[in-house]
Design a protein around this ligand. Structure first.
Ligand SMILES: Nc1ncnc2c1ncn2[C@@H]1O[C@H](COP(=O)(O)OP(=O)(O)O)[C@@H](O)[C@H]1O
Ligand SMILES: [Mg+2]
Length: 334
């Protein structure tokens, strides 16, 4: 996955929908959030804490911003990696204004000591601050202003149960279908002023890996290509040429997706192979392979997770132009 630089982040911000109505797809989570926010508004209180789980680029940060925007409350943004000590969290929590929405991205990466402080804060809007060390240490209780915590995670399985249980609602974001991605792209094309015929729109949607962030990114590359080669209009052939240039294959898999598939199918003969072995084979972190690459490959039926490890499905062999191992006889010795 290509890294996101500053300029990309700025454009991403400009393309973010700011209300639930503008937010495309995820009908279920949207309905659940709507109810949660309306009930809180009727009672004039802070909404329950919300956990948003799902692969990168599906709209977690966007939804957190929408929660604050729709409830007319200020938003404070932080992230798990920035909270390395309980003290970091205490400083953050004690500075919240009443009703503020606190967004903690990648909440599974927060320090353990902070996690425990967060349990109490979420439940009772109170924390205990430890003063001193050893036998003379005492804890001073500190009342907090009520707040709504919105946590986001690509790995909800890594959250300890006590933390997960303290969220009033967990929204699981799913990959988007092509029709939904077409809506995302059409909206972004309007914002960016890109002239996009419907066949081009459909082609980008088909190759966006079910992910709005990728759809928006591909759209920008197509726009560049059209500017340089096509006098502004993004023809279907232009779209194909642009996506080929950026290593996006006909079904939207990128270089890392294909590297994982190739390793699984060719090097490990379709598996089963352990996650860490697979990750080493492609020179990536296991966490990246697990949370970024695998969810989509599982979703399109290319990869299976079994107790013995990862396995390639027949569709994966077919995509790489190979016969399935059963037919190729690779596994005759098993
Ligand atoms: N449902 C959606 N409708 C329209 N655009 C979306 C939607 N979900 C995500 N996006 C766009 O995709 C990009 C990435 O979304 P983001 O919320 O940052 O994803 P995440 O936090 O889950 O990684 C943003 O630019 C956002 O505008
Ligand atoms: Mg995010």
């Amino acid at each position: 996955m290509e890294p996101i630089d500053e300029a990309e982040l700025a454009i991403e911000g400009a393309l973010r929908p700011s209300s639930l109505d503008e937010f495309v797809g995820q009908a279920k989570v949207r309905g659940q959030l709507q109810l949660l926010l309306e009930a809180a508004a009727i009672q004039g209180r802070s909404a329950d804490h919300i956990l948003l789980a799902g692969p990168p680029g599906l709209g977690k940060t966007t939804l957190a911003m929408i929660v604050a925007h729709e409830s007319g409350r200020p938003l404070r943004m932080s992230s798990g990696p920035a909270i390395q000590h309980a003290g970091d969290l205490a400083a953050l929590l004690s500075s919240l204004t009443p009703g503020e929405v606190l967004f903690i991205d990648e909440i599974h990466r927060m320090a353990r000591s902070a996690e425990e402080m967060l349990y109490l804060a979420m439940e009772d809007f109170r924390i205990d601050i430890m003063v001193g060390k050893g036998a003379g240490a005492t804890s001073i209780p500190l009342e907090l202003a009520p707040f709504t915590l919105v946590g986001a995670t690509t790995r909800s399985g890594l959250l300890p149960n006590p933390l997960r249980d303290r969220f009033g609602f967990t929204g699981h974001l799913e990959f988007y279908d092509e029709g939904e991605l077409e809506q995302v792209i059409a909206r972004s094309a309007l914002v960016l002023g890109v002239d996009l015929p419907s066949d081009s729109l459909a082609e980008i949607a088909r190759r966006s890996r079910g992910t709005p962030r990728i759809a928006n990114r591909l759209l920008r590359r197509v726009r560049d290509y059209a500017l340089v080669h096509g006098g502004g209009a993004a023809s279907l052939s232009g779209v194909r040429a642009a996506l080929e240039l950026y290593d996006v294959d006909p079904i939207g898999l990128d270089r890392l997706d294909r590297a994982v598939l190739e390793a699984l199918v060719r090097r490990f003969r379709g598996g089963p192979v352990g996650l860490s072995t697979l990750a080493v084979a492609v020179g990536e972190e296991a966490e990246t392979v697990e949370s970024v690459v695998e969810p989509y490959l599982v979703r399109i039926g290319f990869l299976g997770r079994t107790p013995r490890g990862r396995v390639a499905m027949p569709e994966a062999f077919a995509h790489l132009g190979l016969a399935h191992h059963a037919e190729a006889g690779l596994f005759d010795n098993l």
